[in-house]
Design a protein around this ligand. Structure first.
Ligand code: AMP
Length: 484
């Protein structure tokens, strides 16, 4: 298989989106729409579980939301006034389907379906403990650890059991669960992944991002707080804070790349944040040039900000082909090197003879930048100055954004000048960490109490990497490949 993903597809990906509806006769259809809006958070599997007052109904499949939930028959088989859904990256093959969420289990208190966005950093440790005590796991997903911890809790209510389970867990999680009584939404004590509450008439909605409220015409109520659990049921909403010292460290990479630009997180528009990062970048590393070009789509808002700040023309010098699927079958090995060209092509008319500022959101392994810089040169650019709207990615993420191992991160192996040479650019600059914080409304990064999780740029991991430090897993991704 040839993939259009920037890095090889031999990794499991843990980026996900979650969605839930309580109190609407079309709950599964609304969930399918919500998942469409969250498709960017995970494109390899989708699932919905609905509850009709008597029974739970589930449909899960590998592939896009549209590939699994566009038929009326499928939605008709998911009746009920409440539903939850999930999109995720997963692997191919038979191991994948059993990991497709929502996971479902029958407990003494009834059924529970659960969806998770994030990644647990002590799941290997917890899982081993549970297995030694007799738990039998059905999947290799870290979310199932939470299910077993709920099952083995002796507390009375589902919420208390869930709180007890989550107090044993380390890592990042935004969870949406469905029971006979209603919906539960939880954000980890640092609120690393997003989760919002919305309303549609009398119905309540939970979603990873506000763009999933917009698609169904729901109104945004508020972000779920870091360390907050909300239970939505016939009596309305009950909010609790089951964790000690919740303190927000939202993932700054959601603002940089991951969230959709039309979403608003913590009152900040993702699009505006990206534009402001581009402006900071321009202030820090302006260069004489003729035009500013984004790497589409990820570099577009930052390039708009950069161009505005430098008063340079913004041009679409690279055209992205939106009809390339996620993967296609590769006819021969010889065409593997085509890589990025499948997705991007240089627009010679706007590039030839010009000094170009090329803006992208991040350099991970450097594969995209290397190919795109070469492509721009082939199209006749006189100079190519690469500008990146994040600081150098020097560390892997263990909290739910798929990143290669540290050794594969270009910025962990090279300084900026060497990176510039490596990608073939005339110059290369990244926004500084303080510039990034300034763009997000802070004076600078507060070294003692940073407002965001920025571990991928600083190595300051706010949640202990229990499994990793014990040498159990090299990254969040390999956990799934381990057999316990
Ligand atoms: P690379 O080619 O490995 O340097 O990857 C950089 C490109 O991948 C940039 O264009 C980013 O927009 C994109 N990117 C960054 N992080 C991720 C991620 N976690 N998943 C998928 N794409 C990403």
């Amino acid at each position: 298989m040839l993939t259009t993903h920037p890095w090889d597809d031999d990794h499991f990906r843990e980026e996900c989106g979650v969605f839930g509806v309580y109190g609407h006769s079309e709950s599964a259809a609304l969930t399918a729409l919500g998942l469409h809006a969250l498709q960017h958070r995970g494109q390899e599997a989708a699932g919905i579980v609905a509850y009709d007052g008597e029974q739970f109904h589930a449909h899960r499949g590998l592939g896009l939301v549209g590939e699994n939930f566009s038929s009326k028959d499928v939605i008709a088989r998911l009746p009920g006034h409440s539903a939850i859904g999930h999109v995720r990256y997963a692997t191919t093959g038979e191991v994948a389907l059993r990991n497709v969420q929502p996971l479902f289990a029958d407990f003494t208190f009834g059924g529970l379906a659960i969806c998770h966005n994030g990644n647990l950093t002590n799941s290997y440790h917890l899982r081993n403990r549970l297995v030694r005590r007799g738990s039998i796991f059905q999947s290799t997903s870290d979310t199932e650890v939470i299910v077993h911890l709920i099952a083995t809790s002796l507390k009375d209510t589902v919420e208390e059991r869930m709180a007890e389970a989550l107090r044993q867990v380390e890592g990042a999680y935004s969870l949406v669960a469905l029971t006979q009584h209603g919906l539960i939404g939880v954000r980890d004590p640092l609120g690393i992944r997003p989760l919002v509450l919305g309303k549609l008439g009398d119905a309540y909605i939970l979603a990873s991002e506000s763009c999933a409220l917009d698609i169904i015409g729901a109104t945004f109520v508020r972000d779920i707080d870091a360390g907050e659990m909300i239970a939505i049921g016939p009596g309305g909403i009950k909010s609790t804070k089951p964790f000690d010292n919740p303190h927000k460290r939202f993932c700054v990479f959601e603002y940089i790349y991951f969230a959709r630009p039309d979403s608003v997180v913590d009152g900040v528009s993702v699009y505006e944040a990206r534009k402001r990062i581009g402006m900071e970048l321009a202030r820090e590393s302006a260069v004489p040039a003729d035009i500013v070009i984004p790497v589409p789509d990820s570099g577009v808002p930052a390039a708009i900000g950069y161009a505005a700040e430098c008063r340079l023309p913004f041009e679409l010098g690279i055209v992205r082909n939106h009809y390339i699927g996620r993967t296609f079958i590769e006819p021969t090995d010889q065409i593997r090197h085509l890589g990025v060209k499948l997705k991007h092509n240089a627009n010679r008319a706007s590039i030839e003879g010009k000094r170009i500022v090329l803006v992208d959101d991040s350099i991970v392994r450097g594969t995209t930048s290397t190919k795109i810089v070469a492509m721009i040169r082939q199209a006749g650019a006189r100079e190519v100055h690469m500008r990146i709207s994040s600081p150098p990615t020097t560390h892997s993420c263990f909290y739910g954004i798929a990143t290669p191992e540290r050794a594969q991160l270009l910025a962990s192996a090279m300084d900026v000048q060497t990176m510039a040479k490596h990608i073939g650019a005339d110059s290369l600059a990244f926004v500084s960490i303080d510039g990034l914080y300034r763009a997000l409304g802070q004076a600078k990064r507060d070294g003692k109490a940073p407002q965001f999780c920025d571990a991928c740029f600083t190595g300051d991991y706010p949640v202990p990497l229990v499994d990793h430090d014990a040498g159990k897993v090299s990254t969040q991704l390999s956990l799934l490949a381990e057999t316990v």
